[in-house]
Design a protein around this ligand. Structure first.
Ligand code: GCV
Length: 716
């Protein structure tokens, strides 16, 4: 009996996938479960010849050894010699072999951070090389090579050169010093300020590994709603400890600069950027910071926005403030990222237009180490926004992209929403600034205007939850943001494919179905939240759930009714010449396309037009029918996602299966909530029925209006 029991235990252990909690992200390095491929890998990699001894080389080497051990299931010997099938790794500076290999022209195109992964030969021996011009390039090459194995690609005839298209590839953490994460839905901040600098959490190292694996090379540690205390000596010591951890991984640390810091921690009477004492204070502060962190990246600043202090408090402008800080960090090689997310309390102007109105006239007035960081859309990370018109308006000033990875308006960490299609939609949008083919991607990668600096930032969705991002699939958004900053031409499908294979497994059926589910998830969310160009109709403050009825918030443009403008006649914001004329901020080609109600894409319709309920849509339905149709199809899509995931149970360990399964059930309930609440509310204006063929709302509008969430997470 005992014998059978032991046998049973052994047998079940083989059948059941190892339970996982998601902590290892996409760096799991599981043994390749395809025997012929494993055999081929083993024959191609018989030893490692790894040149170099820097801190970066050391972590790259450790990662390669660890990765290969996991993937191939055995230790690969590290040797000084080169035999057939050696993996030769290094730079021309560290390795005579790399200098002698026929890869020199490829190395040239790899630039400072790129890498070459090639099958080649030396002294008649076939070898594979991971080569770069710098140690950090080697590190990126190592991660690329490991990804090939993790995703089970052939490696017998490699010829791959890669260089990042964007220079500053960074995460922005909206993390407060008390560890509350503004718009964070994955627990508290991973920065344990209290125990720093003495205690180095293993998470910091794993965070750096994960970022380096996708090419991220910068991190802003603190919230843009800034606290000057981080610029004081005790905190700079803590920041330096983090910078020391990140440095080998090619990651620079940046901080948010509170504009009033000279008053708050410097005891000055003013923070006026024209005041010589203030200017000197920032210069001294920069010098002090660089003493702690010699490779400090620079400052990110939110000024004169949502109550944050800024140069306008002193009658100055954004360029005065940005240039003062730029002058302070310039001697040390730092940059300033000045945010364009501004909208004024006093101006009754359409909020859509305000960033453009404030920044366009300043084009060309910034120092050469300033980038203007622009959110993808003109309002605020809504489920779907047209691209910010600023991207087509500042040829003389480097503009960098700010995406929001954390799902503030996208179901927070309970909804499975793969964001790559949304990011791509913006990057691929044509500004027409220099005629057709002037895509946003070409603006931010500098190729359209020859910017000297380029950047892309993602507001992080990372917290202290065991799986980092709250929802396991939130990891895919972190992943694709980094991959896109490296190469914005990657397709959403390709990144989903890579992420799924590394995070779960390479099973064909699993990958096909899971990828399809991910690819449809963005449109599904838009449909059940804000179809047809609706925007900013979420709950006040916490931004959780629908609340299109809200009309009592202090300022007009914080009220949903300001944005949807629903009444008996119709719904939508007229931004054509008969309305706010925000459309005039776009190129004539787009004005024409979006300005005509019949050619404006359905996706943006209510962004630009007030449309009557009976308007005939491209589908042949009336606007009201189309709205109903979209809301219902959004919910239907979530139900399909649930079915898909249920079918994937045999391919996923129980822990992660259950995690996603439960969250999909929550998502379904919340999608129904969005649909019912919005349609019941808009129905009070349209006075039209939800056709009987649809399941009818089972709660009243009053019920939805009365829901309160005083403790919803992430509130500012
Ligand atoms: C950090 C939105 C968010 C705020 C955020 C702000 C910003 O308004 O709700 O929490 O503040 O954007 O990007 O500065």
């Amino acid at each position: 009996m005992k014998k059978y029991f032991l046998f049973y235990l052994l047998f079940s252990a083989v059948l059941v996938a190892k339970a996982e909690n998601g902590y290892e992200l996409w760096l799991r390095y599981q043994k390749v479960n395809n025997a012929p491929l494993l055999q081929s890998y083993n024959s191609i990699i018989s030893s490692i010849n790894f040149a170099g001894a820097s801190a970066t080389t050391t972590v790259a080497k450790e990662e390669l050894i660890k990765g290969l051990k996991g993937l191939l299931g055995k230790n690969i010997p590290v040797t000084n010699s080169i035999t057939a099938n050696t993996l030769v790794v290094g730079t021309p500076a560290t390795s005579a072999t790399i200098r002698s290999l026929p890869i020199q022209s490829q190395l040239k195109s790899a630039g400072d951070e790129g890498f070459v992964v090639m099958t080649t030969s030396t002294g008649g021996k076939k070898v594979t090389t991971i080569a770069a011009n710098t140690d950090v390039g080697v590190l990126y090459g190592v991660f690329h090579f490991l990804r090939l194995l993790q995703t089970q690609q052939p490696i017998s005839n490699l010829s791959f050169v890669s260089a990042p298209k964007i220079k500053v590839r960074m995460l922005n953490h909206w993390d407060n010093l008390n560890r509350h994460v503004e718009r964070g839905y994955a627990g508290s901040s991973i920065w344990d300020w209290h125990r720093l600098p003495g205690y180095i959490d293993q998470r910091y190292i794993d965070y750096a590994r994960a970022n380096a694996s996708i090419g991220i090379n910068g991190t802003v540690l603190t919230n843009v709603n800034a606290n000057a205390v981080v610029l004081t000596a005790p905190y700079l010591e803590k920041v330096a400890a983090l910078a020391n951890v990140f440095r080998p991984y090619g990651i620079k640390v940046y901080l948010t600069a509170r504009f009033s810091a000279p008053i708050e921690i410097g005891k000055l009477k003013t923070a006026d950027p024209h005041d010589p004492q203030v200017q000197q204070w920032w210069k001294d502060k920069a010098t002090e910071i660089y003493q702690y962190i010699p490779d400090f990246g620079g400052f990110l600043v939110k000024a004169n926005s949502e109550g944050q202090p800024g140069p306008q408090n002193y009658g100055r402008n954004h360029d005065d403030g940005a240039n003062m800080l730029a002058d302070a960090v310039k001697p040390h090689g730092g940059i300033v990222m000045w945010r364009a997310f501004v909208y004024s309390h006093e101006t009754p102007e359409d909020r859509f237009k305000q960033a453009y109105n404030e920044f366009k006239p300043l084009d060309g007035k910034f120092r050469d180490n300033v980038l203007i960081q622009v959110k993808n859309g003109p309002i605020d990370f809504q489920p779907r926004e047209p691209f910010s018109p600023l991207f087509g308006a500042m040829p003389k000033t480097p503009l960098m992209m700010e995406f929001q990875v954390t799902q503030e308006y996208l179901g927070q960490a309970t909804h499975l929403v793969y964001e790559a299609p949304m990011f791509k939609e913006v990057l691929d949008a044509d500004t027409y600034q220099k005629g057709k083919g002037s895509q946003v991607a070409k603006v931010i990668d500098g190729s359209l205007h020859n910017y000297n600096h380029t950047g892309m930032a993602g507001v992080a969705n990372i917290g202290s939850d065991i799986n980092w991002t709250g929802h396991l699939f939130g990891q895919a958004n972190w992943y694709c943001m980094g991959r896109l900053a490296w190469d914005h031409t990657l397709s959403s499908e390709k990144m989903a494919d890579e992420w799924l294979k590394q995070t779960f497994n390479n099973n064909h059926n699993f990958i096909q179905s899971a990828k399809k589910m991910m690819m449809g998830s963005y449109e599904a969310m838009v449909n059940y939240m804000t179809p047809l160009g609706l925007h900013h109709i979420m709950g006040t403050g916490h931004h959780y759930g629908p609340a299109p009825w809200v009309d009592n918030v202090g300022r007009d443009d914080w009220n949903p009714i300001y944005y949807h403008k629903a009444d008996e006649k119709g719904i939508g914001f007229d931004r054509t010449a008969t309305g706010s004329n925000a459309l005039a901020q776009y190129a004539p080609e787009l004005q024409k396309l979006y300005g005509n109600i019949n050619t404006c894409p359905d996706e943006y319709l209510l962004w630009f037009h007030k449309v009557s309920w009976d308007h005939k849509m491209k589908s042949g339905r009336t606007l009201w029918e189309e709205l109903v149709h979209r809301y219902y199809s959004g919910v239907d899509s979530v139900r399909s996602m649930q079915k898909t995931w249920a079918g994937l149970k045999p391919y996923v360990d129980k822990e992660r299966y259950d995690h996603v399964n439960m969250l999909l059930a929550v998502q379904e309930q919340e999608a129904v909530w969005w649909r019912n609440a919005c349609l019941l509310y808009f129905q009070t204006f349209s006075k039209k029925p939800i056709p009987a063929k649809y399941e009818q709302p089972d709660k009243t509008l009053e019920y939805y209006k009365n829901l309160k969430f005083p403790y919803a997470p992430g509130n500012g």
